[in-house]
Design a protein around this ligand. Sequence first.
Ligand SMILES: Cc1cc2nc3c(=O)[nH]c(=O)nc-3n(C[C@H](O)[C@H](O)[C@H](O)COP(=O)(O)OP(=O)(O)OC[C@H]3O[C@@H](n4cnc5c(N)ncnc54)[C@H](O)[C@@H]3O)c2cc1C
Length: 381
Amino acid sequence: MYDFVVVGVGPAGARFSRRAAEAGYDVLAFEQGEVGDPLACSGHVSTDIWEFTGEGAREELFQNDVYGARFHVGGPHDSTRSANGNGDATGDDERDTYPFYKREVVSNVIDRVGLDRHLADLARKAGADVRDHHTVTDVREFDDRVEVTAKGPDGTDTYEAKMVAGCDGPRSRVRDALSLPEPGELLHGVLAFSDEPDDSDFVDVHLTAPRFFAWRIPRHEGGVEYGLAAPPGVQVNKHFQELIDGYDIDVSHRCSGLIPVGPPDRVTSRRGFLIGDAAAQTKPFTGGGILYGMTSADHAAREIDPDRPTSLAAYEHAWRDDLEREIELGHWLRRAYSLPEPVQRVGLRAASGEIGVHMDRPTSVFSLEHLKAMLGSDSGS
Ligand SMILES: Cc1cc2nc3c(=O)[nH]c(=O)nc-3n(C[C@H](O)[C@H](O)[C@H](O)COP(=O)(O)OP(=O)(O)OC[C@H]3O[C@@H](n4cnc5c(N)ncnc54)[C@H](O)[C@@H]3O)c2cc1C
């Protein structure tokens, strides 16, 4: 009987496995493919990421420093070539370029596949039994245990544990098996890359995709990433092609993934709990979930005692106390993406410039009341 069986070894599952193993629990973790594969993420994260990594991580994973974002109401045109490194727009598209920046580094672009492998290695070193190529096909919950069935290279086996952690991403099988509610929304995201090295200081954000946005991320030697995400019903590939055509570049290595937004009311059951994308612990205004997932994994490892199912309530409280208000504010910020263009321009012009906000913590600058007053009546979403 294991203390915890963990399903999925992305950032949330790897972090929870590591922390629970460090606390002395017996942890068995299953990853259906190879850890880190396939890639469906930009790996654009606040510099807080380095608080979750081990020795040598920065040298191994770091790609680029980012000081801010240039927002554009429209498509690319010539805007990347017309803004200088200080974020001051010059040239043809000055009217459509609104830089938000800090004088110090705001975020890093990192090797996301490498991050997952690094985090899984840390979990193994802490004593967790992490098994690649094991797909969990069934989860059953009883009063005194859970049974988790996994199909691996040597066949199918069923494992007993005191609790199961569903860290299996946006389409979580564990969530379904435990009859836990779905996230509010699943956005569809696409990515592709061009080869030319670019170590510039700004990401570009284009408010051209309905109810979300498109982006360009300089990844230094990793080339440049172009991406777009939008809710169901939006022609994501059509909008993405317009982005690529607007930048007039050739891209390769296309990939896509889902972004859950809006955590459900409950992410715990009798002997099971969800962490990360399975629980929609993401930022509604960017879709980023790496830091929120790992932060929630720390809450889970600290609060949950596998011998006391009532401790699941403490996890539910802890992660919500920490992140729920940030997520609520994030929903309100996202509303700005749906405002009419002229209103967006006025708002962006007024708000742009040097900023004090932490990219994972909108409450560091905005108050909910303030945002509601600004966005409440005009918002389309
Ligand atoms: C296009 C796009 C761009 C993004 N960009 C960013 C970004 O720049 N910054 C950021 O912070 N976030 C970004 N995200 C979000 C980020 O990728 C997720 O929030 C993050 O990966 C969530 O981590 P997780 O561990 O919860 O889930 P995942 O990383 O999805 O890991 C879940 C794991 O579970 C495994 N699994 C699933 N089912 C089973 C099963 N039955 N058995 C065994 N294993 C299973 C999967 O193979 C996977 O490895 C982006 C997402 C998309 C789609």
